[in-house]
Ligand binder design. Structure first.
Ligand code: UN1
Length: 500
């Protein structure tokens, strides 16, 4: 499928993606396939003004009506799942199956948000005063700034946008400058939904800004955006968090992960191997939830390693649009260089490495395909504690479960984690207060591929924010405590006497 075919199928005008000054190369072959228009400080400022104006009316529209717009967006996504999935593949290099999965995740969050639009519940609270009623109300927070990364170029936007829209907030999205094409396509699909929705949707309800770090900085510094949701590296979050805090905005940060699997003696090994392979090599190791550390019980390592190495040997790497392949390219050369640097460091730190080399793929000399790597490590050395956004699985052994859990937690990041065990006591220990310190902890499932229904995010350097399901919607609203006196007296709280 060519870019032109995909755009045709999406019913989008190719002119919209050409003639700009930002060249967009596909990681599939390294060749430039689009040139998009860059925003500047003035156009971003205008978009923020438009969003601010849009907020005035959008916040007063009943939430179930706002949900109708998200329902229509879900319809557009359903109708265009295959084409948008292929565009995701072209833009960021993940295999087509995963491109489809990403669009499915968007459809799912739309469904979720539609239901939510009738469930933005507050609380009733028992008042200590007679003839008084206390409650808690959730109101729209204001325009939301969204920053997303190249690796989930569309799903992360949809998690934020579907929730923000039903919560009464306009959105301004700065996608990664590596994947602007899918962002423009999503905005066009949303505009199509808006056109069907009618006049209740104000101008400026949703916009995209294309540009680099300077625009990102402007976005996060602007007081008119009370909420900034940023997904990406810890380095990015370290800049965004303080900037937003400085102006007393709220940030929702979903940053780096260094996700581990503990493989306990009772584990189903075949299942564990499948989970390791999907989580460590899927998306070419470029998910924030990708498996990076495997902590195996010493009694099993002799059985597990040969199975894993055999599976790694057969993984087809190549053109992600071809259904024959399970692993596509890395996003770019920088990413390849970072992988090579980490592998060299792992070797220096006593690692025994297989795989990791660059692969030649026909017609793709400027692309970066690699054989996924396994690094058997003598312990959790510095490189293992660092997130490298590439398919490297560090293997370590353990004797005692408490030590394994301590190792799993002894990294700066705290996103996702899992244990493979059939022992109830081990499983529950792993999930207990003394267990995994991550935002996501699974039993007999790999660390990646979370469903949208749960809150998504993690602790420590992962940033502490939660996106997607559960009560993550509260991050997009402001809370108000209301006390109403329906008596004819004016009793004071805490029983204070104050007679005038
Ligand atoms: C990300 O990599 O930023 O759990 C998001 C998963 C996906 C989302 C990953 N649902 O792997």
């Amino acid at each position: 499928m060519t870019f032109t075919d995909i755009l045709k199928s999406l019913d989008l005008d190719e002119a919209h993606f050409q003639g700009g000054t930002l060249d967009v190369a596909s990681p599939i072959d390294g060749k430039i396939f689009a040139n998009v228009k860059l925003d500047d400080a003035a156009s971003l400022d205008q978009k923020i003004s438009d969003a601010t104006a849009a907020f005035q009316s959008w916040r007063t529209l009943p939430a179930p009506r706002r949900g109708e717009l998200v329902r229509l967006l879900g319809e557009e996504l359903r109708a265009n799942k295959e084409a948008l999935g292929a565009l995701v593949t072209m833009d960021c290099g993940k295999i087509y199956q995963e491109g489809l999965g990403e669009v499915q995740e968007m459809i799912d969050i739309c469904d979720y948000a539609v239901g939510l639009s009738r469930q933005l519940f507050g609380l009733m609270i028992a008042s200590e005063r007679p003839g008084h009623r206390m409650s808690e109300t959730w109101h729209p927070a204001g325009p939301v700034g969204i920053i997303s990364a190249f690796n989930f170029p569309v799903a992360v936007w949809s998690w934020n946008t579907a929730l923000a829209l039903v919560c009464g907030d306009p959105v301004i999205w700065k996608p990664s400058e590596k994947t602007p094409v899918t962002a423009l396509a999503c905005q066009a699909l949303l505009e199509r939904a808006i056109a069907r929705f009618g006049d209740d949707a104000p101008k400026g309800l949703s916009s995209v800004v294309i540009g680099g770090a300077d625009l990102g900085e402007q976005l996060v510094s602007d007081k008119r955006l009370p909420v900034i949701s940023a997904t990406g590296s810890t380095a990015m979050g370290r800049k965004v968090g303080p900037r937003v805090a400085e102006r007393f905005g709220k940030s929702i940060l979903e940053l780096g992960g260094n996700n581990a699997m503990i493989v306990a003696p009772s584990a189903d090994l075949d299942m564990a191997v499948r989970a390791i392979v999907f989580s460590a090599v899927g998306t070419a190791g470029q998910r924030c939830t990708s498996l990076r550390r495997v902590i195996v019980h010493e009694s099993l390592v002799g059985d597990l390693l040969p199975k894993l190495q055999a599976a790694y040997k057969t993984i087809p790497v190549g053109d992600p649009l071809s259904e024959a392949n399970l692993v596509g390219p890395l996003i770019d050369k920088m990413s390849f260089d970072a992988m090579q640097k980490s592998l060299a460091q792992a070797k220096d730190e006593g690692g025994e490495i297989t795989g990791g080399m660059r692969l030649d793929v026909d017609g793709a000399n400027d692309a970066f395909y690699v054989r996924p790597a396994i690094a058997i490590m003598p312990g959790q050395s510095d490189v293992v504690k660092t997130e490298t956004f590439a398919p490297i699985a560090y293997i370590m052994t353990y004797t005692d479960l408490d030590d394994a859990i301590a190792t799993q937690n002894d990294v700066p990041q705290g996103l996702s984690s899992c244990i493979f065990t059939r022992d109830l006591l081990e499983a529950e220990t792993f999930l207990s207060a003394a267990g995994s310190d991550c935002g996501i902890a699974n039993v007999n499932i790999g660390p990646s591929g979370a469903e949208i229904g749960g809150a998504f995010g993690g602790e420590k350097e992962t940033g502490g924010g939660r996106e997607s399901g559960s009560d993550a919607w509260r991050g997009y609203m402001r809370r108000q405590t209301n006390t109403v006196n329906y008596s004819k007296e004016l009793p004071l709280a805490q029983g204070i006497k104050f007679e005038v």
